[in-house]
Unconditional design. Structure first.
Length: 444
């Protein structure tokens, strides 16, 4: 998609498209559509998916390009809010052939790839044990009766008897996924999965809950965190659930507020630019990844850092061009997201763009040269202009000032050293916690 096309979408066509959106793509049955319309289901976990991508030195190895044949894939996810019933959503959005899922189970996770005995539930799809997902489509399982509490971990196991071809996936899960030969859906132990691990999610795009469990019967909808690698959690500890949306979910649990929090971050993602490596632009994926989430109530938008930082960079990785963008173009795209959200009755919170002085987006030598000339680098000028608009325009329903939450008091253009994940761009666990604390729970 060209930049001019994206700007047109941001200016109005996105809002028109999502207002007309009824239910998420791939709703499997009429009964599920009815459930969504009546607000029965709430999204409690999600992952935004993208094209298969070869293994690389930066992100490590993954299984997306070869896919799976006669293999079971066990994926452990931590939910944000609970219920007495669970269902999963699977996607073949970027597949090259129909995806045959031979079978699937859900269970309470134990340690590693192990699950708690007696908790394994077979999942059905329109009452069938197997399902085939057409290219470009998604599907939803039937409800499984399994009580889930807030912040519980679930293990979803998918078995593929035949060859899947390249897999729709989320590359940087910051969680361990397990693979085993043969059908291991009902195997409670971890032994069959020993040694076959990845840090990506495959096909699994959502987990929803419904029904009553303990004091969590009155859920108040879901908060969707839309963003890039910072929202995704890059820089936080693997398998620790310390991404900022995870820590926001923990805050809501401690506050006794029964809301789901789901992560729609993709590493390298841009507000305006599509990429085969880093996903469709935020403008392009807003309808599916945000507004189609069951029970969506609020979205927190943190997008634009990659548009600014990679502007006019060569296409080093073959992932797509990086045109230079202006503050005006980014602001107009944000306005498109605001109109789209309001058209569906969804609250939208604007997050200020986080500091990147000294990172590879704004190297120290560029800062020194600019400061010697009495200025700041061009990328920082754009970031400052966008942040000023987010803070002062009043167009967002609320503001989460992540910039000020992470900034070094002695050098506000840079990230505080105790929050730096090591590259002066991505926050560590403590930085993620500071971001979660910067959100006013009362405005969600």
């Amino acid at each position: 998609m060209s930049l001019s096309t994206v700007r047109i979408l941001a200016a109005g066509a996105v809002a028109a498209a999502v207002v007309a959106l009824g239910v998420p793509a791939g709703a499997a049955t009429a009964s599920e559509a009815t459930s969504l319309a009546t607000g029965r289901w709430t999204s409690t976990w999600s992952a935004s998916l993208h094209h298969p991508t070869p293994s690389n030195d930066w992100q490590g190895s993954n299984w997306s390009v070869p896919g799976f044949t006669d293999q079971s894939v066990r994926q452990v996810v931590r939910v944000s809010t609970g219920g007495s019933q669970v269902r999963i959503r699977l996607s073949n959005r970027y597949g090259t052939s129909p995806l045959r899922v031979t079978g699937a189970t859900v269970a309470k996770a134990a340690t590693g790839a192990a699950v708690r005995p007696g908790t394994v539930r077979q999942l059905r799809f329109d009452r069938s044990r197997s399902t085939t997902i057409p290219v470009g489509q998604e599907t939803t399982s039937d409800a499984a009766m399994i009580p889930v509490g807030p912040l519980d971990s679930l293990a979803v196991t998918l078995y593929f008897a035949g060859s899947t071809g390249p897999a729709t996936f989320h590359e940087l899960a910051l969680a361990t996924t397990y693979r085993a030969q043969g059908d291991r859906r009902f195997d409670p132990s971890a032994s069959a999965f020993a040694g076959e691990t990845s840090h990506s999610w495959y096909y699994l795009t959502g987990v929803d809950v419904a029904g009553r469990t303990g004091g969590w019967a009155g859920r108040h909808g879901t908060v969707v965190a839309l963003g890039d690698s910072i929202t995704e959690g890059y820089g936080s500890t693997v398998d620790a659930n310390n991404r900022y949306p995870d820590q926001l979910a923990e805050r809501l649990v401690r506050a006794g507020r029964p809301m789901g929090v789901v992560n729609a971050g993709i590493g390298g993602n841009k507000l305006l630019g599509d990429s085969t490596c880093f996903g469709a632009s935020a403008v392009e994926r807003f309808a599916n990844d945000v507004l189609a989430q069951p029970g969506v109530r609020t979205v927190v938008v943190l997008e634009g850092v990659n548009d600014i930082g990679t502007g006019d960079m060569p296409d080093y990785l073959g992932c797509g061009a990086s045109p230079t963008v202006t503050a005006a173009q980014l602001i107009e795209a944000h306005r498109g997201l605001i109109r789209a959200a309001h058209g569906r009755g969804v609250r939208i919170v604007g997050a200020t763009l986080t500091p990147f002085k000294g990172s590879f987006y704004a190297p120290a030598e560029e800062w020194e040269a600019a400061e010697n000339a009495g200025s700041v680098p061009a990328a920082e000028q754009v970031r400052d202009a966008v942040n000023t608009w987010i803070r002062t325009s009043g167009e967002y329903d609320a503001v989460a000032d992540f910039d000020r939450a992470l900034a070094d008091p002695a050098d506000p253009d840079a990230m505080r050293a105790t929050y730096d994940g090591g590259d002066k761009l991505h926050p560590n666990d403590a930085g993620m916690n500071a971001m979660a604390n910067a959100i006013d729970l009362g405005r969600l």
